[in-house]
Design a protein around this ligand. Structure first.
Ligand code: PLP
Length: 387
C-alpha cells in the first residue's frame, strides 16, 4: 500500500437498499417492454459460450434473424447498442477520405453522419427538417449535384421524430444513380416491426438492436451485409478490431460468436424470435400499423398536434407536439410518478416541445389505451383543453 492510500483510503460504499422497479407502463421507444415469459428465460444458468449449447442457440437465432431481415447473408451479432451498428457499418465499408452521402431527418441520422466524419470520411448531408421524411425527388436531384460518392447512410425509422422513410423508393433511386453505392440502413427502431426486405430492396447493410423491436433487453446488435458490401469490406481501410466483420464471419461459420456474447440476452432473443415466428411477420406488421393509427388518432382527438408529417408517420414511435409554454417536464413527471406511464421526451432542440410514445416490440392494445387515457387525463389536469 502506498503512503497516499494509507492517508486517504477509498471508502467502502454504504450499503444502500436497492429500490424495487415500480410497475409501470413503459412507453419509451427503447428499451421496450420485455414480456414476463421472455424475462424468465434470462434466469437460466450460464453456459460455456464455446460449448454445444450456445452453438445451437447461435445457429437458431442467426437463421431466424436472416428471415426477419429477409436476407440470405449471415447476420452478425455483437454485444452493443444501436450506435455500435452505425460504427460497425462505417468502419467495415469505407477507407479514410471516402465520400459518403448522409440522408438525415433527425437525431439518429445526424449521429450516423457524425460517426462517419469522426473516422475521416467526407460527408455530404442531404438534410430534411425534423418531422419530415426524405423526399425521394429532393434526394434524387441533390445526388445529381454531388461529386462521386462511395456510399449512402440513411435511417429507416427516425426515432427522434417518429418518421419512417420510404427506404425501398430511396434505395432504388440511389441504385439507379450509382449502381455501386453502398447503401447502409439504420433499421434500429423498425426492423421486426415495419416491412423491410434487405435482399429484395438491394440494401447493402442493415442493422438493428435487441432493445427496440425485438421484445428483448438491450445488449445485442445485429447486422447483415450484402455481397457488394462484403466485397467492399475486403478493401475498406478504416481501422477496426471489435467490429471486424471478416473475423466475426469466420467465427460464425464455425458456430461461434466473435467474443463473449451477451448470453442472457441471447436466451431472451431466442425465445422472442420463437414468439415472433408464431405470430408471423405480416401479423406483427399489422399489429404495429394498428398501434400507430391508434396512438395518432388518440393524440389528435385530444386536440394535440402530431410532430411528423402524416405521410411519413411511424408505426413504431409517435412524436406529439405540446403547446407553447406547456410545462412538459412536470407533465411527464406526474405521468411517471402518479400514473405509472413513462413517455419518451424530445431530443436536442425538441426537449420540452414534444413527447414520444413507443409502440414497438411487445405491447398489448390495453397498454396503449391505458397510456393514452392517462395522457388525456393528465393534460386536462394541466389545464389543456385542446387547441
Ligand atoms: C436507438 C437508436 C439508435 C442507437 O441508439 P443506442 O442507444 O445506441 O441503442 C440508432 N438509430 C436509431 C434509429 C435508433 O432508434
Amino acid at each position: 500500500m502506498t503512503v497516499q492510500q494509507e492517508k486517504n483510503p477509498i471508502p467502502v460504499p454504504q450499503v444502500e437498499p436497492r429500490a424495487p422497479i415500480p410497475k409501470q407502463n413503459l412507453r419509451i421507444p427503447g428499451p421496450t417492454v420485455v414480456p414476463d415469459e421472455i424475462l424468465a428465460e434470462m434466469a437460466r444458468p450460464m453456459i460455456n459460450h464455446r460449448g454445444p449449447e450456445f452453438a445451437a442457440i447461435l445457429r437458431r437465432v442467426t437463421a431466424r434473424l436472416q428471415y426477419f431481415f429477409q436476407t440470405r447473408s449471415p447476420v452478425l451479432t455483437y454485444p452493443a447498442s444501436g450506435t455500435g451498428g452505425q460504427e460497425s457499418a462505417i468502419v467495415n465499408l469505407f477507407s479514410p477520405g471516402d465520400h459518403v452521402v448522409a440522408i438525415t431527418i433527425g437525431s439518429f441520422g445526424n449521429r450516423f453522419a457524425r460517426i462517419a466524419e469522426t473516422y475521416g470520411l467526407q460527408v455530404s448531408r442531404i438534410e430534411f427538417p425534423w418531422g419530415e421524411g426524405a423526399d425521394p425527388d429532393v434526394v434524387e436531384s441533390r445526388l445529381k449535384t454531388l461529386p462521386p460518392y462511395r456510399g449512402v447512410l440513411v435511417t429507416h425509422n427516425e426515432t427522434s421524430t417518429g418518421v419512417t422513410n420510404d427506404i425501398q423508393t430511396l434505395a432504388s433511386l440511389i441504385r439507379r444513380h450509382n449502381p455501386d453505392a453502398l447503401i447502409a440502413v439504420d433499421a434500429v427502431s423498425s426492423l421486426g416491426c415495419i416491412p423491410l426486405e434487405m435482399d429484395l430492396w438491394d440494401l447493402d447493410v442493415v442493422f438493428t438492436g435487441s432493445q427496440k423491436g425485438w421484445m428483448s433487453p438491450p445488449g445485442v446488435m445485429m447486422i447483415a451485409a450484402s455481397e457488394r458490401a462484403w466485397q467492399a469490406n475486403k478493401s475498406a481501410k478504416l481501422p477496426r478490431f471489435y467490429f471486424d466483420w471478416a473475423s466475426s464471419r469466420k467465427r460464425l461459420e464455425a458456430g461461434q460468436h466473435p467474443t463473449t456474447p451477451a448470453v442472457s440476452v441471447f436466451y431472451a432473443l431466442d425465445r422472442a424470435l420463437e414468439l415472433m415466428l408464431e405470430e408471423g411477420r405480416e401479423a406483427i406488421f399489422e399489429r404495429h400499423r394498428r398501434a400507430g393509427e391508434y396512438v395518432r388518432r388518440r393524440a389528435r382527438e385530444m386536440g394535440l398536434e402530431l410532430f411528423a408529417n402524416p405521410r411519413y408517420a411511424s408505426n413504431t414511435v409517435t412524436a406529439v407536439r405540446l403547446p407553447e409554454g406547456f410545462n412538459t417536464k412536470a407533465f411527464m413527471k406526474a405521468l411517471r410518478e402518479q400514473d405509472g406511464v413513462v413517455l419518451g421526451g424530445g431530443q436536442e432542440h425538441l426537449e420540452g416541445k414534444i413527447f414520444r410514445v413507443g409502440h414497438l416490440g411487445y405491447f398489448r392494445e390495453e397498454d396503449l389505451a391505458e397510456a393514452m387515457d392517462k395522457v388525456e387525463q393528465r393534460l386536462r389536469s394541466f389545464g389543456f383543453t385542446g387547441r
